[in-house]
Design a protein around this ligand. Structure first.
Ligand SMILES: *[C@@H]1O[C@H](CO)[C@@H](O)[C@H](O)[C@H]1NC(C)=O
Ligand SMILES: *[C@@H]1O[C@H](CO)[C@@H](O)[C@H](O)[C@H]1NC(C)=O
Ligand SMILES: *[C@@H]1O[C@H](CO)[C@@H](O)[C@H](O)[C@H]1NC(C)=O
Ligand SMILES: *[C@@H]1O[C@H](CO)[C@@H](O)[C@H](O)[C@H]1NC(C)=O
Ligand SMILES: *[C@@H]1O[C@H](CO)[C@@H](O)[C@H](O)[C@H]1NC(C)=O
Ligand SMILES: *[C@@H]1O[C@H](CO)[C@@H](O)[C@H](O)[C@H]1NC(C)=O
Length: 352
């Protein structure tokens, strides 16, 4: 038995009880907390497989543990129950763009997603892109259409909006990685105003550039696919850089999006090489820790049962593979028990 660093005592007590009554062992025998994350390749398990031809692009976890994912092959957003009680449901199909891309929670159980018109291999974007507010407090499995959804912003310049993050700490600011323009947008969730926040040598060039995006404190962490970089930059409350960009890892991966744990270590989807790589908080070599076909993004579980589990969204294959074999591969959500806790505290609120 091990305890999870950062979980409240109450949560740990529930965790122990759950084990006593079910006889299940959530403690990860393959990857106990003490093991060396830079040397072990961890097993994965499929949580949900989608039909062939489905590219699952991004992932976020609700405080009750339910998983939200976005799709780029159709403009859809789904909810998945990682505990296997409920069937996966369509939360919403958007009607004004071809794809749904980034997703992030801003207020408790209120999420924002970005939508865009992207070509299937992400090399062209056209027309408007939008930010929607998805109020999951109004969602029910019985009637997913009861979910309150509203368009709160439109973003100009044919943007390929990709990773999406919230600056937190009382700001009104979402930041969005525009992969094809090579910039980071700042979007005010109250006024809908969109402006360019960061445009520098690390977010550029135009092409498959800045991609995944997360915030921690007052820093934006981001990946750049063509530059093969994970970097971070301090920002103000509008998302504008207030200091130099620091490269944390570089040159050995083809990164898409990622998750950060409580300590700021990064779990990056290495989309071009079908692995998840670990990058320590102080920067350093990106080390493979799991194998996933076409991983696109990752997020930590948030309940006492799974706050040491990394959930990974996946396209089913890398872009080149998807191009030729789009009808053969199937997007997925898989889980990896990394034995580290994500940035949220572990919740014991698993009912839904
Ligand atoms: C983990 O393994 C790496 C590579 O062998 C080694 O450099 C590092 O010192 C180890 N860390 C710990 C905490 O054992
Ligand atoms: C698109 O969806 C919105 C609600 O999200 C709705 O108000 C609008 O009528 C729909 N447009 C079309 C053409 O179906
Ligand atoms: C974006 O995609 C939607 C849905 O496929 C389509 O109706 C719309 O015309 C597209 N916009 C542009 C500018 O092509
Ligand atoms: C970003 O910077 C580049 C190079 O300085 C410039 O050419 C480009 O117009 C800028 N893009 C935006 C959207 O400001
Ligand atoms: C959050 O906002 C408060 C008040 O504006 C400020 O003192 C604090 O430094 C901010 N925290 C971060 C991480 O920026
Ligand atoms: C990336 O790593 C290479 C060495 O592998 C180094 O020469 C280069 O300066 C690094 N680039 C950045 C932006 O840190």
């Amino acid at each position: 038995m091990f305890s999870i660093a950062g979980c409240s005592r109450h949560s740990i007590a529930l965790f122990v009880l759950a084990q006593l009554f079910t006889g299940s062992t959530f403690a990860n025998p393959i990857f106990p907390r003490q093991s060396n994350i830079t040397t072990d390749i961890l097993p994965t398990a499929v949580v949900q497989a989608f039909p062939p031809g489905t590219w699952i692009e991004n992932i976020a976890i609700r405080q009750n543990g339910q998983i939200l994912v976005t799709e780029t092959t159709q403009p859809r957003m789904y909810q998945i129950d990682p505990f296997g009680v409920q069937q996966t449901v369509l939360v919403h199909e958007f009607n004004d763009t071809a794809s749904v891309t980034g997703i992030v929670e801003a207020d408790p159980d209120v999420f924002y997603v970005s939508t865009a018109n992207l070509s299937s291999n992400f090399d062209v974007s056209y027309g408007q892109a939008y930010i929607y507010r998805i109020d999951m407090r109004t969602f029910t499995y019985k009637d997913p259409t009861s979910t309150k959804i509203s368009r709160i912003a439109s973003v100009p310049q044919n943007p390929a909006l990709n990773g999406l993050a919230y600056l937190g700490n009382g700001t009104n600011t979402l930041v969005s990685a525009d992969t094809l323009n090579g910039i980071i947008w700042s979007i005010d969730i109250n006024t809908g105003e969109a402006s360019v926040a960061i445009n520098n040598t690390f977010t550029q060039p135009k092409g498959q550039a800045v991609n995944g995006l997360k915030t921690r404190g007052r820093e934006i962490y981001f990946t750049n696919l063509v530059q093969q970089v994970l970097a971070k930059v301090p920002v103000d409350d509008r998302g504008r850089a207030t200091g130099p960009t620091t490269v944390l890892a570089n040159g050995t991966f083809e990164p898409d999006d990622f998750a950060l744990d409580l300590n700021g270590d990064a779990y990056v989807t290495n989309a071009g090489q079908n692995t998840i790589v670990f990058v320590p908080r102080e920067g350093g070599a990106a080390v493979p820790i799991a194998t996933v076909a076409g991983p696109t993004s990752a997020a930590f579980g948030r309940t006492v049962e799974d706050c040491h589990v990394l959930y990974v969204s996946a396209s089913g294959g890398d872009e080149a593979y998807m191009d030729g074999q789009a009808d053969l591969v199937s997007g997925k959500v898989v889980k990896v028990e990394v034995g580290r806790q994500g940035m949220h505290k572990c919740s014991d609120q698993t009912e839904y």
